[in-house]
Design a protein around this ligand. Structure first.
Ligand SMILES: CC(C)(COP(=O)(O)OP(=O)(O)OC[C@H]1O[C@@H](n2cnc3c(N)ncnc32)[C@H](O)[C@@H]1OP(=O)(O)O)[C@@H](O)C(=O)NCCC(=O)NCCS
Ligand SMILES: CC(=O)OP(=O)(O)O
Length: 334
């Protein structure tokens, strides 16, 4: 069974309610139809039911729940919940109402915060910054989280590297220029994510343009320091750095560049030094190696709110919904 089929089966075991706020987008409507048909999750669609159904010809949304912000009996509860989330910013109820009625991302995120939905998926239309802002401002970080970050689950076809072609890549979506402490925390979260979603032992490579001292630069020093912090903070996790990408995943290259490393040549979690590298790197693998790319999935939010690339297909949305549902199960059972 493929990685995503396993995730879908896990999602089906304990159905979660996932809110999709971008109901003007045809890919979202197609994905909702598939999620319901396959029984992956219950779906909440934000918007006017008649409007949505008028754009859903050929799809079966009879099992979806429709929630129209303009006609919502829970609006006062959501206003209270949003004011509570933004109380340090002094958000007033009339401003909260205006946000909820005009911004479906904040409406959906507030449903998650209030417990009326178990998770949210958006980003087929909205920019990542806007989706992530709704998650960070409304749902907020999970207790004990040092930094929220965003990973991709990459499934590379015909590939025996990583976990038979499956990798976690991070951070590909959120932190633009993490410092060494933040990079170490991203490594720790990504290792935990890999274990929870892929079910195998994570082997984390801290990526760089240098392998164990082959180049000198402040950018290399950042990764060296991050590796030292990560090893100290996560002593039970296999972490190695700094490594170039080939030394991280190709055994023959690892044998010459980093022969003493337990991770080199076998890495399945790739931590990129900054968002330029991470975002460009995942898109290269997705577009040139034709890999499935699910994400950006957040790690460290109190309840799952996940992003998409605006270039996504309906099947990518289905995959991220399934991952979100599994994250919701894990959050509830923790
Ligand atoms: C996500 C992003 C919008 C957050 O920016 P920001 O300016 O910090 O946003 P906000 O000020 O609204 O932050 C919201 C809250 O989250 C907190 N926060 C921001 N980043 C955080 C992180 N990585 N971890 C935990 N908390 C974070 C902020 O401190 C703030 O807290 P507060 O509301 O209690 O004050 C910004 O990091 C970004 O644009 N990232 C790149 C997104 C992108 O374009 N990706 C490429 C395509 S995928
Ligand atoms: C993840 C990502 O790069 O998102 P977008 O393509 O929407 O900017």
């Amino acid at each position: 069974m493929s990685f995503i089929d396993v995730i879908k089966e896990r999602a089906k075991n304990e159905r979660k309610k996932i809110v999709l706020p971008e109901t003007g987008d045809p890919r979202t409507i197609e994905a909702a139809d598939t999620v319901l048909k396959e029984g992956i999750a219950d779906v909440i669609l934000v918007g006017n039911k008649e409007d949505i159904l008028s754009r859903a010809e050929g799809f079966d949304l009879s099992q979806a729940t429709f929630v129209d912000p303009d006609n919502c009996e829970r609006l006062n509860t959501y206003i209270e919940s949003l004011c509570e989330a933004r109380k340090s910013k002094g958000l007033l109820p009339e401003d909260a109402k205006e946000i909820l009625l005009s911004n479906p991302l904040f409406f959906g995120a507030t449903m998650v915060r209030s417990g009326d939905a178990d998770g949210m998926v958006a980003g087929a239309v909205n920019s990542s910054a806007n989706v992530l802002r709704s998650a960070l401002q409304v749902v907020k970080t999970a207790p004990g989280t040092k930094i929220v970050s965003a990973f991709f689950l990459m499934v590379v076809p015909d590939c025996d590297l990583g976990a038979n072609g499956t990798f976690v890549f991070a951070d590909c979506g959120l932190n633009q220029n993490p410092n060494s402490e933040q990079l170490a925390a991203i490594a720790g979260s990504s290792a935990q994510t890999f274990k929870q979603l892929v079910g195998e032992e994570p082997r984390v490579a801290m990526l760089s343009h240098s392998t164990v001292g082959s180049a000198k630069h402040d950018d290399v020093t950042k990764v060296v320091e991050a590796t030292a912090i990560a090893k100290k903070d996560y002593p039970d996790t296999l972490i190695c750095g700094e490594l170039q990408l080939d030394a991280a995943i190709v055994p023959e290259v690892a044998a010459s560049k980093a022969p003493r490393s337990e991770v080199a040549g076998k890495a399945n979690v790739l931590v990129f030094p900054d968002l330029d590298a991470g975002n460009i790197g995942y898109k290269l693998v997705q577009r040139l190696a034709k890999a499935e790319a699910y994400g950006p999935v957040t790690q460290g939010i109190a309840k799952p709110v996940n992003d998409l690339s605006r270039g996504c297909k309906a099947e990518d949305i289905v995959g991220v919904v399934a991952i979100t549902a599994v994250q919701a199960q894990l959050t509830e059972n923790n």
